[in-house]
Unconditional design. Structure first.
Length: 341
């Protein structure tokens, strides 16, 4: 009989542990892992990734820590929260749902900078990938603590989050017990929603200055591409190798057209006027957002002389018939001398 009792008790303990483990902290940890993958692999639009990142950064780590410290279900009245009443007016265990949310946000805001310092001290650099990995690790390390804390409580005292129940409780809390308390609660909710909305809008929709493309002219030295040591002495009809590097940071797929020319110019009052031009070619390339492309160029000019300008005009979309600095989106120039063959 004792063996049967022990087996039954063990099964009960296993079920109790599984109930403690299969709860909202575990669901949150799964969301954090999935959000980390979505953000890391950059498969969704920036606005969607921003919305996914907000709870990961500003809620998840703090909530896991709060749940590990306060695993109990709130048993007090729903009008005596710390934010509207005070500790001396509380008559129950656990945290009021509003207090839990506010503490979660506050602790997350405190954890993220500390995590940044740890990343910098450990790796000597501060990159989004390392911070993202740190956030996921913090949530993963706190998950066992929340499960153990919940397991050590009687099942009827464990915090359980039921969305419909929380909505009903919020509806009872919002009106308050007086006109002044109702106004205070409404102002608090409106402030939180306004701040979250403004932050989301500001992050998800970057300013125009945050979208740009870069172009660089590179040359090969001992197998490495560098931005110096360019060839400046050419012979007509003989090719010299150069590399044009384009980087798309426009937050959208962009098509570029590169126009390569050799120009004879005249300088007058700080102005550079083109008096003769030889167009060497045009090339169009489409880059996904955040990508870089290197275009290998074989430069062979038929225009000869001293102080010629080898120019690369970069346009978004189709270029004009006669490219120039004033119309190009990006332009690169190299002073060269081309000797007759």
């Amino acid at each position: 009989m004792s063996f049967i009792t022990d087996v039954g008790g063990s099964q009960t303990e296993v079920k109790s542990f599984l109930k403690a483990a299969m709860s909202h902290p575990t669901a949150l940890a799964v969301f954090v892992a999935a959000a980390g993958l979505v953000i890391q692999f950059d498969v969704l639009p920036r606005s969607v990734r921003t919305v996914v990142a907000l709870p990961l950064v500003f809620f998840a780590p703090g909530y896991m820590l709060v749940t590990a410290i306060y695993p109990e279900q709130y048993t007090g009245g729903y009008g005596d929260a710390l934010l509207t009443g005070g500790w001396d007016q509380r008559d129950g265990d656990g945290l009021h749902p509003l207090e839990r949310v506010v503490l979660s946000v506050g602790l997350s805001v405190a954890i993220v900078p500390l995590l940044g310092l740890v990343v910098w001290a450990a790796f000597g650099e501060f990159t989004p990938v390392l911070v993202l990995a740190g956030l996921v690790s913090v949530v993963g390390l706190l998950l066992p603590a929340t499960v153990i804390r919940r397991y050590n409580l009687p099942p009827d005292r464990r915090l359980v989050t039921r969305p419909r129940t929380q909505v009903r409780r919020f509806g009872r809390w919002l009106p308050g017990s007086s006109t002044a308390e109702t106004a205070t609660n409404a102002f608090l909710v409106a402030s939180v929603l306004l701040a979250a909305g403004a932050f989301t809008y500001g992050v998800a929709l970057p300013a125009d200055g945050e979208t740009y493309s870069t172009a660089a002219l590179l040359t090969n030295h001992s197998g490495e591409l560098t931005a110096d040591g360019y060839p400046t002495n050419f012979t007509a009809g003989e090719a010299e190798s150069l590399t044009l590097q384009l980087t798309n940071s426009e937050n959208a797929q962009t098509t570029y057209t590169v126009v390569e020319t050799v120009e004879r110019v005249r300088t007058r009052d700080s102005r550079i006027d083109v008096v003769e031009r030889s167009e060497l070619g045009r090339e169009q390339v489409t880059l996904p957002r955040g990508s870089t492309e290197r275009l290998e160029r074989e430069v062979a000019s038929d225009l000869t002389g001293d102080s010629l300008m080898l120019s690369y005009y970069v346009y978004k979309g189709e270029p004009p018939e006669r490219p120039s600095r004033s119309t190009a989106y990006r332009d690169l120039h190299l002073w060269v001398t081309v000797e007759p063959a």
